[in-house]
Ligand binder design. Structure first.
Ligand code: TYM
Length: 344
């Protein structure tokens, strides 16, 4: 049969997204609002890959059995939050060896000085002074590899990860300047409201799963009564006025609750504040507690169902690893060729 010599127009590539969460502790409301919730909206428009970042977790000592368990729980939580495994690639980072391989190459294109400036490194090395390992130091390089392997256009993360996206862009630009267009330069993508959910006890600090005071954070796995109690005992101020003043640190507690309420009710903090004008903090906190509990309830119901089905979860992460490998290997091969390795 004669083949027509007509140029076939390649369909325009959908933009790619990569992101992930470390399974190194309980997943917080901050992780949900700043990251996972946003992914759910993005999966319709983009080709998405989301991973459980277990290799990042071991930069801090983990109990092996717990890490294994939490990795699967995180997968179940992604799905329960609305990430559709039919639309997205869901995989476990350590199942794709390309991450470690590209990280090694990129280590040779990253400067000590750049890594020394990373706030997360400074924070974590202060908190784990007895274990300032090289992995903790080169963590942003592995994160750059995660992103660049998939030629991601956008990386939806919370504000605390933006510095890591910046260094990823610097490394990618440096590599491209030497070898041509190897990597897509990714952009960080922040949610409008809630890119930095603050601690309920110290509202000028980020809500974090590693907070030694469990009252400071809400775990997606907390009992509903516990969630309500934590919100009702959130630190606020003595002014007694419900107003959104993001630049005013003395309002940090109220600003934070307003942001949380805004996200959980698909509104914005200013509007929420208007709705509570003239009311006391007690009534406001009760309303926030109810909105958070009602927002988490359906996720938890889904989660309880999914976590029991180990075969289903296994199917998803195996299938995900296969798809992840396919994309990542293409990038890795290109990189190996460029740097001068003998590629078969
Ligand atoms: P991790 O596991 O600390 O957090 C996962 C995601 O949740 C966001 N986040 C928050 N957002 C708003 N308010 C908060 N209080 C809050 N706390 C956490 C984080 O910004 C993040 O988006 N290094 C990453 C994991 C990672 C990664 C990647 C992410 C590894 N490789 C590649 C994107 C792309 C981390 O430790 O996130």
């Amino acid at each position: 049969m004669e083949t027509e010599n007509k140029e076939i127009q390649a369909p325009e590539r959908r933009k790619r997204i990569f992101s992930g969460v470390q399974p190194s502790g309980t997943i917080t409301l901050g992780n949900y609002i700043g990251a996972i919730r946003n992914w759910v909206n993005l999966q319709e428009e983009y080709d998405c890959a989301f991973a459980m970042m277990d290799m990042h977790s071991i930069t801090v000592r983990q109990t092996p059995a717990e890490l294994r368990k939490r990795t699967l729980e995180l997968l179940a939580l992604y799905i329960a939050c609305g990430i559709d495994p039919e639309k997205c690639i869901l995989f476990i980072q350590s199942h794709n060896s390309a991450h470690a391989e590209l990280a090694w190459v990129l280590n040779c294109y990253t400067y000590m000085g750049e890594l020394q400036r990373m706030t997360q490194f400074k924070d974590k090395s202060a908190r784990h002074a007895d274990n300032i390992n090289a992995g903790l130091f080169t963590y942003p390089v592995l994160m750059a590899a995660d992103i660049l392997l998939y030629q991601a256009d956008c990386v939806p993360v919370g504000k605390d990860q933006m510095q890591h996206i910046e260094i990823c862009r610097d490394i990618a630009n440096r590599f491209n300047a030497l070898y041509g267009n190897v990597f897509t330069i990714p952009e960080g993508l922040l949610v409008k409201s809630g890119a930095k959910i603050m601690s309920l006890q110290e509202p000028t600090k980020k809500m974090s799963k590693s907070d030694p005071n469990p009252k400071g954070f809400i775990s997606m796995m907390d009992d509903f009564n516990v969630i309500a109690k934590k919100i009702k005992s959130a630190v606020t101020d003595s002014e007694g006025i419900i107003e959104y003043r993001p630049e005013d640190d003395s309002k940090a507690g109220i600003n934070n609750l307003l942001s949380i309420m805004a996200v959980m009710t698909d509104s914005n903090p200013e509007k929420v504040a208007e709705g509570f004008e003239g009311q006391g903090y007690g009534a406001f906190k009760s309303a926030v507690a109810e909105a958070v509990v009602e927002g988490i309830r359906p996720i938890r119901e889904e989660y309880d169902r999914i976590i029991k089905d180990k075969a289903y979860l296994q199917d998803i992460y195996r299938n995900g690893a296969e798809q992840a490998h396919r994309i990542a290997d293409r990038t890795l091969k290109k990189v190996y060729k460029k740097v001068g390795f003998v590629v078969e």
